[in-house]
Write a protein that binds this ligand. Sequence first.
Ligand code: URA
Length: 267
Amino acid sequence: MTHEHYERFRRLLDLTDDYLARGIRRKRPQRADSSRVASDTRASQKEPAHEAAHEAAHGAAGLGRQSAQTASERPDLSAGGGDRQAAHTALQQEVTACTLCPLHRERTRAVPGTGVLEPRVLVIGEGPGADEDKQGLPFVGPAGRYLDDWLAAIELSRTENVYITNVVKCRPPGNRDPLPQEWGACNSYLSRQIALLQPQALLAVGRVASGVLTGSSDGIGRLRGRVHSYEGIPLVATYHPSGVLRNPAWRRPVWEDLKQLRAIISR
Ligand code: URA
């Protein structure tokens, strides 16, 4: 067995171990491996440590190797990068000062969104909870940490290639579902974020976000498991991380949805 075969086999064992332990992939320290040469020229993209394991387990190409190719197919934003940054800052300020619906009266802070401005994936949740309302950032509580684990399992992160936001930007009292007039008022912010960020794919987490983005009143169990389209952008719907924390039986379908998402952005 060559060193490379050994490494692939060891990564496959790690992956299997992760599935059995938690249903998602854990981040492990990257081991030095002189047989692999990073071909990705984008400074912000690290070559995934587990690419070989993914290929062995799922037959899908790794994101790190795909990214140089995909980047060349996407519009060159280097010239417009400053514009995008400025437009993003203006939009954030608009959301922060928004009074379009009654939710603004009870908020501590509005939560416009966070992440990179050229994301592969835009994650869309329901609305800020108590932690998010305090910090002004989306998905920073337990559900957010779990969401970060999901993203890491497919080589994504909010600091490298993801942007995260919600259908409503202010906390609904008592974490109730946002009302149609509330997400309706916020809708222009979300559609402008999508237009500005031009993600390769959208990931809607939970019934509310999935319903708003697909326009369907079906439950999440019916909306997940297929690829939707939002204004031409592929949209994957899955369970909400807080729901999965309460119901471990949903981990397996979430993993299927994440693999689907990963296949879309690896094309
Ligand atoms: N749940 C959500 O849907 N969004 C957040 O930002 C946090 C928890």
